[in-house]
Structure formats: structure tokens, C-alpha cells
Write a protein that binds this ligand. Structure first.
Ligand SMILES: Nc1ncnc2c1ncn2[C@@H]1O[C@H](COP(=O)(O)OP(=O)(O)O)[C@@H](O)[C@H]1O
Ligand SMILES: [Mg+2]
Length: 251
């Protein structure tokens, strides 16, 4: 279980002070596929960056397995980060490395894993994401959907408890989006990994999420099961999402 408690993030830049997140509290259950939905600029990516501790929260706590991530540093921080895999909209693959090298990247620092064990793990991951036989390809030789499959395999390499996805299908066409969401749902079912998926599209939430949180202007507008929030939205922000053309699922 992950408990986000009173999380606030303020960016101080020259002459400006932006409150990207204000007093956000949310509990994510183990095994859930938790959607975070909101408009552009709502603070979704900032929330993900705080969860992975790429950004330090200004205040508040993030509890993972009872540990407050915001208070960790050094080795404890690195081992907490290993419990999380991250997938981005733009894939973030190393273009000069092969598919196999990209997937093996998070394993390079692990002690006690020899070359053969790494190669076996890469094969296992390639098969999980449906890219058997592509180990020696380079990212430039793959389609967008295949690149995202490589990124998902890499994110899972070190067996994280939590897979964090920031707009993972926003660069993909609808058919490829469906296949990537199907893969994420399979992974959740097979591996039991908890998934947090950030999106601005209601179709993504409808397709795979069990729970959804609506963020608006840095604040949590509402959260609950997908059925509850979509059928009985309580906040203006959720009503705007559900009541607009998104209600037909083609936003
Ligand atoms: N590093 C930063 N410095 C200053 N402002 C930032 C920074 N990162 C994000 N912001 C601001 O925080 C707000 C939320 O941004 P973001 O989390 O990227 O939104 P979303 O992912 O929902 O589109 C925006 O107003 C954005 O301009
Ligand atoms: Mg974003």
C-alpha cells in the first residue's frame, strides 16, 4: 500500500512561485490499477516525480511499506527507488543501445547477477512484453508501440512492486494504445504489480483502471473506484470529465 499524505510541492523560480500540488492525500491499494486523471498542468507529472523522489516534496509524506520516502537518502533512498519502475510517454530509451541492453540497464548495478542470469532475465521480459526475437534490434528499428514495450520490460526488470506510468499511450494511435493497455492489465494480473497510470484521457481510465483520482489545479478533486467516480461524480472537475464528450469514451 502507498499512502500519500498532505503532499504539497511548490516550485520557486526567479520571480515566480508555482504551487504544483497542494495538500494531496491518496491511498493506493496493493494490486490496484490506479488512474490519476486531470487536465494539462494539473500537477500529474509532479505527483509522479514526487513519488519517485525525482522531486522532493515541499511538505507531506509518501509512505511505501510503512517507510516515509521523503525522509530517505543515500542507500535507503536507492533501495526504495528499486521498488518502483517508471514508464514515460516518450519511452526514454537509450538509442545507441540494443533492446536487450536497454532492458538490462536497471540490472547492471545488482550484485550477484552474472551475464547469463541477466541474459535469461532479458529473454523472460522480452517474452512477457511480446518482443521475442528482438533482443538485438535498436530502438530506431521499432514502432512506437514496440518501443513502449521495451520501456515496460525495462521498468519491470528489477521486479518492482509498483509500476508508475506517465501518459504511456499519449504518443500512440488508438489501436496501439489498446494493445499497450492490454499488456499493462496482463502484467498487473500475472505479476500482481500495483500500477499507477497518469493520463488526461478518460478512455484510458475506462479501459484498465480499478481506481481513479481526479486532480485539478494541483488539488485532489475526488478519488474512488472507477465505477463510483464515473457514475456518481461529486466534484466539478470529475463532472466536467465525465459529462463532456469523454463520457462517450472518445475524448
Ligand atoms: N520544475 C518546475 N519548475 C517550475 N514549475 C514547474 C516545474 N514542473 C512543473 N511546474 C509547474 O507545475 C504545474 C504542474 O505541472 P505538471 O505536473 O507537469 O502538470 P501535468 O503533468 O498535469 O500536465 C504547472 O503549472 C507547471 O508549469
Ligand atoms: Mg504531465
Amino acid at each position: 500500500m502507498i499512502t500519500i499524505s498532505h503532499l504539497t510541492k511548490v516550485f520557486e523560480t526567479k520571480g515566480a512561485r508555482v504551487t504544483a500540488l497542494e495538500d494531496v492525500s491518496l491511498t493506493i491499494e496493493d494490486g490496484a490499477i490506479q488512474g490519476i486523471i486531470g487536465m494539462s498542468g494539473a500537477g500529474k507529472s509532479t505527483l509522479l516525480r514526487c513519488l519517485t523522489l525525482l522531486e522532493r516534496p515541499t511538505s507531506g509524506e509518501i509512505l511505501l511499506g510503512g517507510q516515509n520516502l521523503a525522509s530517505l537518502s543515500g542507500g535507503a533512498l536507492r533501495s526504495a527507488r528499486r521498488k518502483m519502475g517508471v514508464v514515460f510517454q516518450g519511452y526514454n530509451l537509450l538509442m545507441q543501445k540494443t533492446v536487450a541492453e536497454n532492458i538490462a540497464f536497471p540490472l547492471r548495478l545488482e550484485k550477484g547477477r552474472d551475464k547469463q542470469a541477466v541474459a535469461a532475465r532479458v529473454e523472460e521480459l522480452l517474452s512477457l512484453v511480446g518482443l521475442e526475437g528482438r533482443a538485438d534490434s535498436y530502438p530506431a528499428q521499432l514502432s512506437g508501440g514496440q518501443k513502449q514495450r521495451v520501456a515496460i520490460a525495462r521498468a519491470l526488470a528489477a521486479e518492482p512492486e509498483l509500476l508508475l506510468c506517465d501518459e504511456p499511450t499519449s504518443a500512440l494511435d488508438p489501436l496501439t494504445t489498446g494493445s499497450i493497455l492490454g499488456l499493462l492489465a496482463d502484467i498487473n494480473r500475472k505479476l500482481g504489480v500495483t500500477i499507477l497510470i497518469i493520463t488526461h484521457e478518460l478512455t484510458v481510465v475506462r479501459a484498465i483502471c480499478t481506481h481513479v483520482a481526479v486532480i485539478s489545479e494541483g488539488a485532489l478533486a475526488e478519488a474512488g473506484t472507477v465505477a463510483d467516480v464515473l457514475e456518481h461524480p461529486q466534484s466539478d472537475a470529475a463532472r466536467a470529465l465525465v459529462g463532456g464528450k469523454g463520457a462517450q469514451g472518445n475524448d
